[in-house]
Ligand binder design. Structure first.
Ligand code: ZN
Length: 426
């Protein structure tokens, strides 16, 4: 048998490949548990009442996606889901102390509008879609006080049990509402929980809310929760107008999961969320669009079941939401529509979108567009100038040592070009 002799160079090459394999292996070991939410311990059904519990939220999802048969418009299940949500809210209201006021209302919304969807102009008319709204406010609050809106839809797409989309959203909001009351926290500003019954039909119920609800002009910020999968990173995919919603998120999220580049990619996907109704089409409300990303192959299919939900995902969502709503309701930037308009006329602070991203859910990095312009230009400047700099350096070293060299006495720019650029890139 012929033995292959390895040269010194081959051995160095294999060592380098081995080191790369080790490095990528370690990176995978670091990222995998974060992507699959294994770093979050879901709390059980008997968790303290002043904590968000994933198990309690999953109970709601079980009812919505298993016990109720189909939450699509025209099916009895959609009405059953509305009754279930309303029943849960009434139970929360009964437990509330005297220092907070809770109002619950159900509305059947009607309307018509035009929208551009995937490049097509669509005209829509609708009747009798159900919205269930709960407003939690301090006992001494006024109806006109600026408020925070939390939105999730309880209808599901045709043929799907909708455990992730969006049973998980409804369940998260129900558990956050319960937690708000049971933790004896009195929100400094009103929080409006909107459970809307028609998102899958071109966001009709959100349109109805924005056109008819009596509190719509008091909303100073909103958080829309959505799911395009069965869990995983609960990513801030859209934010704005302005930068303050993402800054509030960066300051307060327990497990920050956000990336400003997602907003650039979002229009490419053939879908949309209620976010556009609140922040773009029928309001100029600053807000966040937070979406479950992993397990997209179950999205809008019959496989979007409770068994597919990734443990830890709803716990992370709930812990984040409760912390974020505290920060939003404490913020001086939370202003009703009238004050927001006059503020925008006099100040351009927070108008531009920030650049932001999280690092493995540990912390967020946020910087302004102006800083981004400088920061992101530096690598280009280094890339272009480094070869010239290195050529000058080599020339200097050679003349200093006066030793003939492979590079020659004059710098061969073209032969060094690739090598120098590699160093610049590194
Ligand atoms: Zn959805």
């Amino acid at each position: 048998m012929a033995l292959m002799r390895l040269s010194k160079g081959d051995i160095s090459g294999f060592k380098f490949l081995f080191a790369l394999a080790i490095m990528f292996g370690l990176m995978t070991m670091l990222v995998h548990p974060i992507l699959y939410m294994k770093f979050v311990k879901p709390l059980g059904i008997d968790a303290p009442l002043d904590r968000f519990s994933e198990a309690r939220a999953v109970q709601h999802i079980r009812v919505l996606s298993k016990d109720i048969d189909g939450r699509q418009e025209g099916r009895a299940g959609l009405r059953e889901a509305a009754d279930y949500i309303k029943g849960q809210l009434e139970m929360i209201k009964e437990r509330a102390g005297s220092d907070i006021r809770i109002e619950i209302e159900e509305a059947a919304v009607n309307g018509s509008f035009n929208m551009m969807f995937l490049g097509y102009s669509i005209s829509l008319g609708y009747r009798n879609h159900t919205n269930i709204v709960m407003r939690i406010s301090p006992a001494n609050s006024q109806d006109s006080d600026p408020s925070l809106l939390l939105n999730g839809h309880f209808d599901s797409p045709l043929g799907s049990p909708g455990a992730g989309d969006c049973g998980s959203c409804v369940a998260s909001l129900l558990e956050v509402a319960r937690l708000t009351v049971d933790s004896n926290w009195v929100p400094p500003r009103p929080i409006i929980f909107l459970f809307n019954g028609a998102e899958e039909l071109f966001m009709l119920a959100a349109h109805g809310f924005m056109k008819t609800n009596k509190w719509r002009d008091t909303i100073g910020a909103f958080i829309n929760v959505e799911a395009s999968g069965s869990g995983g990173p609960d990513l801030v995919c859209q934010s704005g107008p302005g930068s303050w919603p993402s800054r509030i998120y960066a300051q307060s999220a327990v497990y920050p999961m956000a990336h400003s580049a997602a907003q650039d990619v979002f229009p490419v996907f053939p879908g949309d969320t209620d976010y556009r109704m609140f922040s773009q089409d029928y309001g100029n409300i600053p807000g966040l669009d937070i979406i479950f990303l992993l397990g997209g192959y179950f999205y809008h299919t019959s496989y979007d079941t409770i068994e597919k939900l990734l443990p830890g995902s709803i716990q992370a969502r709930g812990d984040n939401l409760f912390s974020i709503i505290k920060a939003f309701t404490n913020s001086s930037m939370l202003q009703n529509a009238r004050d927001r308009e006059s503020f925008a006329a006099t100040a351009n602070k927070y108008v531009d979108q920030d650049v932001f991203f999280d690092y493995l859910t540990w912390f967020m990095i946020v910087y302004s567009r102006r800083v981004a312009l400088i920061l992101h230009s530096i690598p280009i400047a280094i890339f272009l100038t480094m070869p010239l700099f290195l050529c000058l350096l080599y020339s200097g070293l050679r003349s200093w040592s006066a030793v003939p060299h492979y590079w020659g006495y004059t710098c061969n720019y073209f032969s060094d070009f690739i090598f120098n650029h590699k160093i610049a890139v590194l």
